[in-house]
Design a protein around this ligand. Sequence first.
Ligand code: SF4
Ligand code: SF4
Length: 380
Amino acid sequence: MARVNNWQLGREMSYWYPESRPQKQFAAVFDTNKCIACQTCTLACKTTWTSGKGQEYMLWNNVETKPYGFYPLAWDLNLLDMLDGGNWNESGERPVYEGSTIFESAPAGERVLGWRPEDQDYSYPNVGEDDCAGQIDGGASIAGSHDMAWFYYLARICNHCTYPACLASCPRGSIYKRPEDGIVLVDQGRCRGYQECVKGCPYKKVFYNAMTGTSEKCIACFPKMESGIQPQCFVNCIGKIRMAGYLNTPENARADNPLDYLVHIKKVALPLFPQFGLEPNVYYIPPVHVPTSFTRQMFGPGVEKAIETYRNAVNDTDLAGLLGLFGSSERVMTKWRRIGETITGLDDDGNVLVNVPLKEPVHIRPAYDTLHQITRVNCP
Ligand code: SF4
Ligand code: SF4
């Protein structure tokens, strides 16, 4: 095995191939606080890419209610049970993961610590939907803190990992990471359907198609990304929770790159299960109302700080402005700036793609409409 640098772990780790970072890395930030579980993203993907035979259970994008929702069933719990998860040493400048990754814990003769779901594990994509943790007495309503009862929505796609376990597990070398943008794809011509990738991916984001005998996965809508347009699940997102773009490594972070700003500079968006060791490239702004004892095992040790930063966005004009750019354009915004009260998204060449105001103007109609001679009720 090679030794590679995984900045999310704060240390080097063992991986099956030498470190080879793409020219630029496809990445995304999802704001969990804004997701309403409408599943429009799921349908946008399904109708675009997976509406064929053999793809009936295939959801490249899904949205599950945490803590009780999973697709496939118990995808995260099963691996957390198997993994010798360790602590994060937080004594230095950057937290260091002291446990084992799924590559370092692989059983003898295998490349990755993994498990393969049964067919029935894919049968209930909405299991646990809107079930909350905790108990509420009949007739009671939530007052004050949410600690007693909570849930949140976790939208998931392939993470187009820097160190993909699907790629490492494939005995045919059928899975590759594009050097130009880091998008991870399955070569349908080479794949023989061994399903080692399904077993190896800890996020269970590769799916086996029994009709074609090959594995299939999210392609980050690469034909759209190549044209500078965000993927289907991003541009159709009702909650405007998503932003797609390209992420640099921490040492090359640029303040004018929206994703670098959120992930590296503000550290308000965190990877999903960084301890697995894949350096996943979808980042989440953690839910502010969920006990951090839960979100910390899911998003790593930066959760408390990320929530504090997010809550303080109301006093942070730059962060608040950048969050306002989410869902404001279908184009990929690789640069951004704030001048006064105007936030601008730009492309690589500096072309302006969109301007949004820091604060939306508010118009309150007069209660009595003289034109139509009617009285309306304005909700404050
Ligand atoms: S999330 Fe899974 S399928 Fe996607 S690149 Fe990572 S290991 Fe591969
Ligand atoms: S479309 Fe957006 S808001 Fe709706 S479920 Fe998907 S991620 Fe959440």
